[in-house]
Design a binder for this molecule. Structure first.
Ligand code: BJW
Ligand code: ZN
Length: 252
């Protein structure tokens, strides 16, 4: 059973200060305070739906194979929402953590790019990036920032082939090498944070399990208990934007 806390205690602070290798896994919840909707939330059965379809169907390998234009419309809608959002105090705290530790790895499931916007330099994006497109013909990737899109599907800059969002949909493999680097960081970590994720989507949700098995302390930050709470040493119950900056408070 994990210890449930609602603020950073002196003991927790000293564990943080003494850590040598820190890894962090973030999910949609870290961006919630910026106004980005989460996929799941509230009750167990609530899942984000758009035009009557759940995200598990919209962001799926099946739908991109059968109706790529609809998938682009869904992502266009999401891109539209993201154009006006800014990183929050939680993102900014993590950018500061990166500067504090010699060995620090930030792994995110988010595709919103807000960690980088907050100043994080080294970000492992497990599920891709919403501002990138990938050519279905020649596989080259390119930045595609216009919102709304001028053309659906957008065309590849290199070969004019049709492109798709460079994100990882349900039933697709993660980009080569990224998960392996995340697993290495989880295995090395003596402190592993699980922040703002329901921890139901694999393989990402396996990272805290790897870390735990390899001896790391697990600290979860979430306003709700999750599927991973049972392996957490500490669950910090609350919002990331309020809790993460607490680790950076000057003490004296
Ligand atoms: C706050 C907060 C605040 C709120 N502060 N917190 C093993 C078992 C069963 C199934 C599988 C398995 N392994 C693989 C699978 C299949 C599948 C899967 O995991 N399904 C599960 C649902 C069961 N996985 C895959 O398909 C993956 N691919 C794969 O495994 O390839 C091999 C394979 C090939 C072929 C067939 C089968 C396997 C790929 C997964 C890709 C996921 N992609 C998405 C969409 C990306 C594009 C897009 O954005 O549309 O990624 S799904 C969606 O979920 C998105 C997220 O990154 C991901 C995780 O969600 P996250 O971040 O946890 O968000 P929420 O909303 O769930 O949670 C938010 C949390 O925040 C909540 O807990 C709140 O309480 C909290 N919160 N405010 C802090 N202020
Ligand atoms: Zn191309």
């Amino acid at each position: 059973m994990s210890t449930v806390l609602t603020h950073v205690t002196d003991e927790l602070q000293s564990i943080f200060d003494r850590a040598r290798s820190v890894a962090v896994l973030t999910g949609a919840g870290i961006s919630a305070e910026s106004g980005v909707p989460t996929f799941r939330g509230g009750g167990d059965s609530e899942i984000w739906t758009w035009r009557g379809r759940p995200v598990t169907e919209l962001s799926s390998a099946e739908l991109i194979a059968t109706d790529p234009q609809l998938v682009w419309e869904w992502f266009d809608y999401r891109r539209g929402m993201l154009t006006s959002v800014e990183p929050n105090a939680g993102h900014r705290a993590l950018a500061e953590w990166e500067r504090r530790f010699e060995d620090f790895t930030l792994v995110t499931q988010n595709i919103d790019d807000l960690h980088r916007a907050a100043g994080s330099l080294n970000v492992l994006e497990l599920h891709g990036n919403i501002w990138r497109a990938r050519c279905l013909r020649c596989a080259s990737t390119f930045e595609a920032r216009e919102s709304p899109l001028e053309e659906n599907p957008p065309r590849c800059l290199a070969c004019n082939g049709p492109a798709r969002p460079d994100v990882v949909l349900f039933g697709e493999l993660l980009p080569d090498g990224v998960f392996e680097r995340a697993e290495e960081a989880a295995a090395r970590a003596d402190l592993f944070f699980v922040i703002g994720t329901s921890a139901v989507v694999y393989p990402a949700a396996g990272l805290p399990i790897t870390a735990k098995r390899r001896g790391a302390r697990i600290i979860e930050v979430n306003p709700e208990m999750t599927d991973i709470s049972f392996i957490a040493d500490v669950t910090l119950l609350g919002k990331a934007g309020e809790l993460l900056p607490q680790f950076l408070k000057e003490r004296g």
